[in-house]
Design a protein around this ligand. Structure first.
Ligand SMILES: NC(=O)c1ccc[n+]([C@@H]2O[C@H](COP(=O)([O-])OP(=O)(O)OC[C@H]3O[C@@H](n4cnc5c(N)ncnc54)[C@H](OP(=O)(O)O)[C@@H]3O)[C@@H](O)[C@H]2O)c1
Length: 385
């Protein structure tokens, strides 16, 4: 029996994680839940899973939630970043599933690892901002971080049983998003509603826009660098519209190993929670004869400029990936609020990165400072978009 805390329980990954846990009551017990604003769904999850502690975005929401629950349902309702940290470090929890969107996950995830918790990580922004610190801390505490991103799960699966020094490089696959075949002129005019309609995956708003700009693949490349101890030039990217091959590992002898599966996040969630086993998920197996064709081609770096910016930030290292991430979060929020156009997303990030003087990251405070700096700078630059 593994005891769990789930950060971001009301989101797309959070709901899928609870679906898997619900199917396996003999293997997992939820001790702690944290969500943002969706009190209705969180209350229903509390009734079903009976956690000992929960957290929400702020005190007002905590009071509203308390008012909805009978007194004996949840002993502790926390709020804000401190509340998320309480959930992430709750005594008795073995594994923290982190499915919060964006930089809000950074501190709770870092503190979870510092408390010696195993981390099943969907929140890629944490690895982008602070991958070196996260991996070093996990090593020091003798715990591990397991990826929930489908690409990193595929790489992890394709590396099992093979000496790490035999790896030549990895290849991350990308669906190419909803604007894969759009011209620059067409992209200039796309709306938030169009960007939120992903062809293969159903995801939260932030990652959906990141997929549309292909920033998502750039964030994943930085994430992979830390997860698997690679140089950025050992990470290749191929567009694969069918989203069946979730990523590949190329070995020195010319062999390439890949993981294939239907595009359903239950699979990487199940693998992270049951690692290194492949347990029952209730999904239909992959039927390659009905998929027919699997195609692959290189990404168009001229149309998807966010991808190049992320790869550059990964190469620069230090504070630059945190700055890229902070500027991207401001840009995506502004695009979703109809304040800037789709192609202003890379423009805003590039201008923020050009203004930044990268410096080494020696602790979590330095990461938080770089994030704040990026948000302030990008917000100030919004007027020039
Ligand atoms: N969805 C996917 O298929 C997928 C695949 C790979 C990786 N990921 C990664 O997994 C993470 C979650 O993605 P998602 O698609 O599940 O996102 P989502 O559907 O938007 O869910 C985000 C979750 O985080 C909570 N949240 C949002 N902002 C918050 C804040 N400032 N403080 C505290 N909680 C906050 C939300 O709470 P409320 O809804 O209650 O406000 C919700 O529970 C992201 O980092 C994403 O990149 C997702």
């Amino acid at each position: 029996m593994k005891t769990l805390a789930l950060l971001g329980s009301t989101g797309s990954i959070g709901v899928n994680a609870l679906k898997f846990i619900r199917q396996n009551p003999e293997s997992y017990r939820v001790l702690a839940l944290a969500a943002g604003r969706n009190i209705d769904l969180l209350a229903a999850q509390i009734f079903e899973f009976r956690p000992r502690v929960v957290a929400v975005l702020n005190e007002t929401l905590a009071a509203t939630l308390k008012g909805r629950l009978p007194d004996d349902t949840v002993p502790h309702i926390h709020s804000g970043t401190e509340g998320f940290v309480s959930v992430a470090t709750f005594e008795g929890v073995d594994t923290v599933i982190s499915a919060v969107a964006g930089a809000a996950g950074l501190l709770p995830n870092f503190m979870a690892v510092c408390a010696g918790k195993e981390l099943a990580l969907a929140n890629k922004e944490t690895m982008v901002m602070a991958g070196s610190l996260m991996m070093a801390e996990a090593g020091r505490r003798g715990t591990r971080i397991l990826p929930i991103d489908s690409e990193h799960s595929a790489i992890l699966q394709s590396m099992q049983g093979h000496p790490r020094e035999d790896v030549r490089r990895i290849i991350l696959t990308a669906s190419g998003g909803p604007f894969r075949d759009f011209s620059v002129a067409e992209m200039e005019k796309v709306s938030p509603a169009q960007a939120l309609k992903h062809p293969n995956w159903s995801m939260g708003p932030k990652i959906s826009v990141d997929s549309a700009t292909m920033m998502n693949k750039g964030l994943e490349a930085i994430e992979a660098k830390w997860f698997f101890g690679l140089e950025m030039d050992q990470i290749g990217i191929l567009v694969h519209p069918q989203s069946i091959v979730h990523s590949m590992v190329e070995y020195k002898d010319g062999s390439t190993l890949a993981q294939l599966a239907p595009p359903d996040m239950i699979i990487p969630i199940a693998y992270a929670l049951s690692f290194p086993s492949h347990v029952e998920t209730g999904l239909h197996p992959l039927d390659l004869s009905s998929v027919g064709v699997l195609s692959f081609f290189p990404p168009d770096m001229a149309r998807f400029r966010c991808l190049g910016l992320a790869l550059e930030a990964g190469k620069t290292g230090g504070s630059m990936p945190a700055v890229l991430n902070g500027a991207n979060e401001v840009a995506v929020e502004s695009f979703l609020a109809n304040k800037i156009g789709f192609l202003s997303i890379p423009r805003l990030i590039e201008m923020t990165m050009e203004t930044h003087r990268p410096h080494p990251i020696d602790g979590i405070d330095a990461v938080l400072e770089a994030d704040q700096w990026a948000r302030q700078t990008a917000t100030a630059l919004l007027d020039r978009m």
